[in-house]
Design a protein around this ligand. Sequence first.
Ligand SMILES: Cc1cc2nc3c(=O)[nH]c(=O)nc-3n(C[C@H](O)[C@H](O)[C@H](O)COP(=O)(O)OP(=O)(O)OC[C@H]3O[C@@H](n4cnc5c(N)ncnc54)[C@H](O)[C@@H]3O)c2cc1C
Length: 466
Amino acid sequence: MSVIDTPALCDLAIIGGGAAGVLAAIGVLRGASGPLRLLVIEPNLPLARGVAYATTREEHVLNVPAAKMSGFPEQAEDFLDYLCDVQAFPAVPREQLASQFVPRRHYADYLRLRLQQALDASPAQLEILAVRVQALQPNDDGVLLTLDSGGSVLAARVILAVGNALRPLPARGAGSLPDSLRVEAWDYPALGGIAGSADVAIIGSGLSMTDAVATLQANGHRGRIHVLSRHALLPLPHAKGAAADYDPEPLLAMNLRQRLHALRAHAAEAAVRDIPWQSVMERIRPLGQRLWQTLSPDDQRRFLRHVVRYWDVHRHRIAAPVHAQLLELQQSGRLQLHRGRLETAVAEGACVCLGAQDRQRRPLQLEVQCVVNATGVEMRAQAMRNPLLQQLLGSGVGRPGPHGIGLDTAADGSLIDAEGRVESRIQVLGSLRIGSLWESLAIPELRGQAAAAAKQVLLPPPLREA
Ligand SMILES: Cc1cc2nc3c(=O)[nH]c(=O)nc-3n(C[C@H](O)[C@H](O)[C@H](O)COP(=O)(O)OP(=O)(O)OC[C@H]3O[C@@H](n4cnc5c(N)ncnc54)[C@H](O)[C@@H]3O)c2cc1C
């Protein structure tokens, strides 16, 4: 695996070397039957970190148990195998490790090892280009990529895996706050550098908020922690318990209201048998994409407007100890949860004054020494601050996905252009497909998409030989 600086012709360019891009690269290396030239373009090396797995902090744990984090559909316990092989936790027996939420940093190490192993056994060639792609234009010869280094690459096929973009802090004045007062939740070194005595406001109450709180705690933070979000719903915990055994298929034929009613009924029935509601949610986990796709467009809109926050806290759960820590902090009064909409953020000396409105439009003022933007993944295509996506949409090479979320893609992941034409030379992975699939963010979906994209790009017409 070599990092190159001379852009070139290649058979396949993978744009984005986060988890999804690396999983696709592994699939291509494993599936290649002849010499191919594969290029992974990723400005932030080493590979496989992306947003989620770039953290090296012990308190930032996976929100999925180790046994369910395999990168490969056909090897269900591969991540667990890896943890055991490298003796990441020598004192923990395998059966126990299977249900643990291990630090996320192990995941990037795992993917990089599997990438190297796939490369060693493959007739294909892998090169890495440490730049950002600025523009992408299909033509008769392939897909032309313009790089921020000034060069260009002509690729026969492209996998677009540019992943997650953080929403900007939704407040007037936020853009002009100095870095000393403002931290992005995914900037892990900056998060770790927040002064122990600082009063902190975290905007957003989802999974990135739990990362921020965990880091403050790990650093012995003594100040107050305010969490401000529009619904003030904290993520809920995973729970151990028997599996729910209801048949989820009938849900697919119901409208949104009927589905919610049926799920509540299943949870109530489960509770009578001492089965946690979490097991009821687990039962529909494999149906996530079909549940979305069988909702009418109107019901999808209703879901996005009225249900999504409640869905998120039930679906995207956190490890029980992380949840217990949040509750403990809340009960002690050190963490205060506020329901409201942030409106302004103004620096005043060493403080930042935040102005918000609660549900009754009453003003809420917070004065803190640091504000953390934990508003999460930006789903709206037009608002994503990635110049490549802006270029794709502006030039008509792509168009926004359903409800303006991500990019529009065909069932096989091919990009759809502004005229509705399917561009099968460009495969899209991950969160950009949320509008079409809804469930398209976590590893269980990414590994399936990456394997399918790898198969697709290896299909005839045969790729040009190196
Ligand atoms: C904080 C956090 C924790 C998570 N925890 C879990 C978990 O425990 N379990 C789970 O299953 N899922 C988890 N997820 C979901 C997570 O999004 C996926 O597991 C996975 O990391 C997504 O990978 P990705 O490659 O699609 O995107 P990213 O990780 O965002 O990677 C995209 C890459 O593309 C690169 N890129 C962007 N634009 C360009 C460009 N123009 N040119 C070249 N490169 C570009 C970026 O530098 C980045 O490295 C978590 C997500 C977050 C944000």
